[in-house]
Ligand binder design. Structure first.
Ligand code: GRG
Length: 299
């Protein structure tokens, strides 16, 4: 990672954490258990890749952090809800997430379900909280970004991908089905970060199309790399149970294409993402660096 990108991330991550903190009731607020559970998972040490993509996309088209921050927080809330629910006994039944015991292991299943529900609900509540001085244009942009987020989190995005994932367990699926699954389960929310961030910043049609192509490539690359790491890394490095997909009989880019081809596909998707934003020149520098960080990550 260049020192330039590290400095950019070093300034934005604490800002996202502070905004998330402000967006949630304190731990002691009634009823304390749910606020503790929500904060336990949200502040468990996630990489904050999605909020960073929101802010980088907005900045690439001239937007400011203040306009983009509600979406940055909302996507991290939705992402965290999906992890809490994915770890439940009824789904992946996992004990470890972000290097810590999963929500249901600490708070029990009922509170873990409610913590996920609370995060999902708060995400859309936050998107609807416009400052009183906001004008009609800001309100319109916020509404557009909210629709993008809702679609990505819904039955043709995150939830649809999770359904296909559950239904494909123990079955052989072909490469096209696997790609559809990954684009929905993981890619949709990551793409929404880029598209939503750009919409909040008022991106023009050409820039938006370029950023959409970038987001689609990065979104799929993220999951291809996740599949590679699941097969090649360990619990300590990942902060979650490694090798889980193979053990559960799940199709992954590694099981369908083999390790070398999966790595090559991730590299090709990175090249696609870089090419999509090449016309941005200097203003696409952070997005280009984030794409590279996503593909070269070790956890
Ligand atoms: C339960 C509705 C519902 C959906 C679950 C997101 C998901 C769908 C399942 C989680 C398991 C999984 C393999 C998700 C793919 C996305 C992914 C790799 C998540 C991990 O994202 P990171 O690496 O995690 O950004 P941190 O902890 O850094 O935020």
């Amino acid at each position: 990672m260049t020192s330039d990108l590290a400095a950019w991330i070093g300034a934005r991550r604490p800002a996202v954490d502070a905004a998330l903190d402000r967006a949630l009731p304190p731990e002691a607020a009634w009823p304390a258990t749910i606020h503790q559970a929500v904060r336990y998972s949200l502040f468990a040490g996630g990489k904050r890749i999605r909020p960073l993509l929101v802010l980088a996309a907005a900045e690439a088209v001239g937007g400011g952090a203040d306009d983009a921050m509600p979406l940055a927080c909302a996507v991290e809330m939705i992402h965290t809800y999906s992890l809490i629910h994915d770890d439940l006994p009824a789904m992946d039944d996992d004990d470890l997430r972000r290097g810590k015991p999963t929500s249901h292991k600490v708070y029990g299943e009922a509170i873990a379900i409610l913590a996920g529900d609370a995060l999902l609900t708060r995400a859309f509540h936050l998107m609807a909280e416009l400052p009183p001085e906001a004008g009609a244009d800001a309100a319109r942009r916020r509404l557009l970004a909210t629709a993008v987020l809702g679609e990505a989190a819904g039955t043709t995005g995150l939830i649809g991908g999770q359904v296909e994932d559950l239904e494909s367990e123990g079955r052989a699926i072909d490469a096209a089905t696997l790609e559809r699954l990954h684009r929905a389960k993981t890619g949709a929310l990551l793409s929404a970060c880029v598209r939503g961030g750009a919409l909040l910043a008022g991106a023009g049609r050409e820039d938006l199309a370029r950023l959409e192509a970038y987001g689609a490539a990065v979104g799929l690359a993220f999951q291809v790399v996740d599949d590679v790491l699941d097969g090649t890394s360990d619990d300590a490095a990942l902060g979650k149970t490694a090798g889980k997909d193979a053990a559960a009989g799940k199709a992954t880019y590694v099981s369908v294409h083999g390790l070398e081809k999966a790595r090559a596909l991730a590299a090709a998707l990175l090249a696609d993402a870089q090419a999509a934003i090449a016309p941005f020149g200097e203003r696409g520098r952070i997005l280009a660096g984030l794409a590279e960080t996503i593909v070269r990550r070790r956890s």
